[in-house]
Design a protein around this ligand. Structure first.
Ligand SMILES: NC(=O)c1ccc[n+]([C@@H]2O[C@H](COP(=O)([O-])OP(=O)(O)OC[C@H]3O[C@@H](n4cnc5c(N)ncnc54)[C@H](OP(=O)(O)O)[C@@H]3O)[C@@H](O)[C@H]2O)c1
Length: 360
């Protein structure tokens, strides 16, 4: 099959760079347009990007001209998908213009996550929420569409929660995060603020983790998602780590579960991307680690096989019974925030839409 042309919006940023890197050699998609702010437009990618994700800027995009974020920029190329890595305030109206013009928008921004007819999609967790797309198209009279990925912190958390929710039910979740610097974008947190330090505040992050979890675990009921009836409390911290969000999680289940049962359902968990063998799907979306001091960002953020799915698996360790809640299980969860938590996730979402013929 010939490759589907794609565009990357916000291509110079922390997530945009991951898109550029992960889309190189993609079997289905080819980058045909890159877009960023007025500061960058009209210039060569290599002239303006502060490249941080690998040793070299990929040859195929090095000399590409950066275009303004607009439907006009897409017209001269055969493009079907727009990957959006824009700040939320910019993304809101622009993504709607793309969808109205017939493009499929796979977004990283929070702008549309709360819209009742826009799915927050993590294909292993809630692939059935793509049934919202026909509802969205009808409501808005669009030939295109918008799907979003979740906040990078929610994404790591939701992976182990899904099989626990399905098998034992969940009453409460209490999570404390240690989040990497790349999550703050480029240039991000000033070095003088973060070296030798932990910052116990990330604007709007706790609220996102708390409500997105309910939408993701919710049920599609014909024209909308009914959120899951569980309670989530998050405390988010920025730490001096480049990539990889670590989360300390306490789950109170509805039915009592043993540590061994939890380990088994997490290790065996698979979803639609694995069934469909999507190019960016990790063979095992959750990897259970038994060493007492793992996962660690430095060692485990690249989890995931095969090669194209590196950084797409979530590692879970320190699974143990809680000492306060009778039905409480504690665990430590790690996910790569700009791959599983952002660009890789959005690429997987687009692959799912192609597999379901929602993008043609
Ligand atoms: N970083 C993560 O781990 C992560 C995870 C999940 C979701 N997200 C979300 O993904 C989005 C991008 O995050 P990021 O961390 O990559 O941010 P970033 O590093 O600050 O990059 C922002 C990108 O948007 C462009 N941009 C900024 N203002 C613009 C404007 N007015 N018009 C057009 N383009 C504009 C920038 O272009 P210039 O270089 O030309 O200024 C840059 O390419 C955000 O919505 C964020 O919340 C991030």
């Amino acid at each position: 099959m010939s490759k589907i042309g794609v565009a990357v919006c916000g291509a110079t940023g922390s997530v945009g760079q991951r898109f550029i890197e992960l889309l190189q050699g993609h079997p289905w998609f080819e980058v045909k347009c890159i877009m960023a702010s007025e500061r960058s437009e009209g210039k060569k990618y290599s002239e303006v990007v502060q490249w941080i994700v690998s040793p070299r800027i990929p040859e195929a995009v090095k000399d590409m001209e950066i275009k303004p974020v607009s439907t006009e920029s897409l017209k001269s190329e055969d493009i079907r998908i727009v990957f959006s890595a824009l700040p939320a305030d910019v993304a809101g109206p622009v993504e709607e213009q793309f969808a109205k013009a017939g493009y499929a928008v796979s977004s990283n921004a929070a702008a549309h996550r709360k819209d009742p007819d826009v799915p927050i999609l993590i294909p292993e967790v809630n692939a059935e929420h793509i049934k919202l797309i026909p509802v969205q198209r009808k409501n808005r009279n669009w030939s295109g569409l918008i799907v979003t990925e979740a906040n990078c912190t929610t994404t790591g958390l939701i992976m182990p929660l899904k099989p626990i929710y399905e098998n034992f039910g969940i009453e409460k979740v209490i999570v404390t995060t240690m989040q990497a610097l790349s999550g703050a974008g480029i240039p991000g947190v000033p070095s003088m603020a973060i070296i030798d330090n932990v910052i116990p505040y990330i604007a709007n992050e706790e609220e996102k983790v708390e409500w997105e979890t309910l939408k993701l675990l919710g049920k599609f009921n014909g024209d909308k998602i009914t959120p899951a009836n569980i309670k989530v409390s998050a405390s988010c911290n920025r730490v001096f780590v480049l990539d990889g969000h670590l989360e300390s999680v306490l789950v109170e289940t509805s039915r009592k579960a043993s540590v061994e049962e939890i380990k088994k359902i997490l290790a065996e968990f698979k979803g639609e991307p694995q069934k469909l063998n999507l190019p960016t799907a990790p063979r095992n979306p959750i990897i259970v680690l038994n060493e007492p001091n793992r996962p660690q960002p430095r060692f485990d953020r690249w989890a995931g096989e095969p090669e194209r799915a590196k950084g797409m698996a979530v590692t879970v360790g320190r699974i143990r019974q809680d000492t306060v809640f009778e039905k409480g299980i504690k665990m430590t969860v790690l996910s790569h925030n700009t791959i599983r938590g952002a660009a890789g996730e959005s690429i997987l979402n687009a692959e799912l839409l192609v597999a379901h013929k929602l993008i043609q």
